[in-house]
Design a protein around this ligand. Structure first.
Ligand SMILES: NC(=O)c1ccc[n+]([C@@H]2O[C@H](COP(=O)([O-])OP(=O)(O)OC[C@H]3O[C@@H](n4cnc5c(N)ncnc54)[C@H](O)[C@@H]3O)[C@@H](O)[C@H]2O)c1
Ligand SMILES: NC(=O)c1ccc[n+]([C@@H]2O[C@H](COP(=O)([O-])OP(=O)(O)OC[C@H]3O[C@@H](n4cnc5c(N)ncnc54)[C@H](O)[C@@H]3O)[C@@H](O)[C@H]2O)c1
Lengths: 208, 208
């Protein structure tokens, strides 16, 4: 089992390697990687030793090989199967967004309860399914991630259904606190935090 | 003119005060506030001195008065007038999202170029306007923040129109790099970063 702090540092090594490869660097030592990130070289070597031997004495690590190795462990290169529940404005915008499939997130199914939406064809070839078929479709399509884009009052019921069907993690857009098992992977989105960040930028700009 | 690092610390003081007030604390000294945030008490006093006298010798600062004072400076309490350009799935989802008006972001206008969208009535009483009227409406409604929810190819043209009409800041959802003046306040959104954060959580969960 890999300790959580190690996994967090791997994500940092991965981002750093992304920039190094872009600038054409082919090898790097644990010392150099550590210096760039304020992490002790011995810690870098220890973190990377969990995954077998990436580096060679004297030359250091091949940046591309190391990046691929870390990507494998963090699940960055794998394809994640995603389903969306709630085929309204937000659900449809997400289903059609090219940025998701580009990063390895494939929308495999989209569900709704309204007869106006069920059966509707999307640009990407999917058809809106009836929520009644959720468990069967989620297992058949081996869904990993569930996205909730229903009204706030229906969010909890949808979360229960997802967890009951073996989904591994949830992204919740509905403005409702979900009651789910303590360590269950969850990300909540509130776009007003981005508006808040812009307000600070505008305020700072004015006070330069 | 308030230095940028001071403004960034004010946001941190504001969040800390939010929690203190919730737990019923009525006064706090600069020493105590500094200790909670790992900031020197003298720095706290210096930051707060920009805004006149908030604290009294011996008793410290009244938490509510201090929070209101900071909110005023950071533009947290003010109402921000927002317009959305692109009345498609994403634009409509944002226009109807109650979380924005609750945080002081009022959607004052929504624009599109398509005859199918122009004239459409929204749940919140707004009517989709023709982009041709952008400059006139943006000035009349004193718009501060512009939101871009158009296809990637049209994003730059919309950004130019917004900046030319005196908008103070932009939130861009379109997957396109905008070419705008260097310090112009801008926030870019890419939902796939949240999916990435969930993937790390799922991977970490499995490696506990
Ligand atoms: N977090 C954010 O930043 C953010 C931004 C915008 C909208 N939202 C929220 O996202 C949600 C969706 O917004 P929208 O604009 O797409 O709303 P919408 O009304 O257009 O779509 C909601 C859809 O959910 C369906 N639905 C209702 N109950 C359901 C259930 N039990 N199971 C499956 N489908 C169900 C409806 O039939 C409808 O198609 C809302 O809760 C909204 O507040 C969040
Ligand atoms: N950043 C993210 O996380 C994220 C997520 C979902 C969608 N998106 C992006 O948001 C944008 C909108 O997505 P959508 O699903 O709502 O698309 P959509 O096709 O439903 O809506 C786009 C709207 O923009 C209008 N439009 C086109 N050119 C215009 C112009 N020059 N001025 C004004 N309006 C114009 C169209 O008429 C249409 O109504 C797309 O670029 C999409 O890739 C981003």
């Amino acid at each position: 089992k890999i300790p959580k702090p190690t996994i967090k540092r791997l994500a940092v090594y991965y981002r750093c390697l992304e920039n190094l490869i872009k600038s054409g660097k082919e090898t790097i030592s644990s010392q150099e990687l550590g210096n760039r990130l304020n992490i002790k070289a011995s810690q870098v070597r220890k973190d990377l030793s969990y995954f077998g031997e990436f580096g060679k004495r004297g030359i250091g690590y091949q940046t591309r090989r190391l990046q691929d190795g870390i990507a494998e462990i963090l699940g960055i290169k794998r394809i994640w199967n995603v389903c969306i529940v709630g085929a309204g404005n937000l659900g449809m915008a997400l289903a059609n967004y090219p940025g998701l499939s580009k990063s390895g997130y494939q929308i495999k199914a989209i569900f709704d309860v309204s007869s106006e939406k069920i059966g509707k064809k999307l640009q990407n070839g999917l058809v809106v399914e009836d929520l009644k078929n959720f468990e069967r479709v989620a297992r058949k399509e081996k869904i990993h991630i569930g996205v909730i884009t229903v009204p706030a009052n229906n969010a909890q019921q949808v979360a229960d259904l997802m967890i009951g069907s073996g989904i591994e993690g949830i992204i919740n857009f509905a403005p409702a606190k979900l009651n789910i098992p303590e360590n269950f992977p969850l990300e909540e989105i509130d776009i007003s935090l981005t508006f808040r960040a812009l307000s600070f930028q505008i305020t700072m700009q004015k006070s330069r």
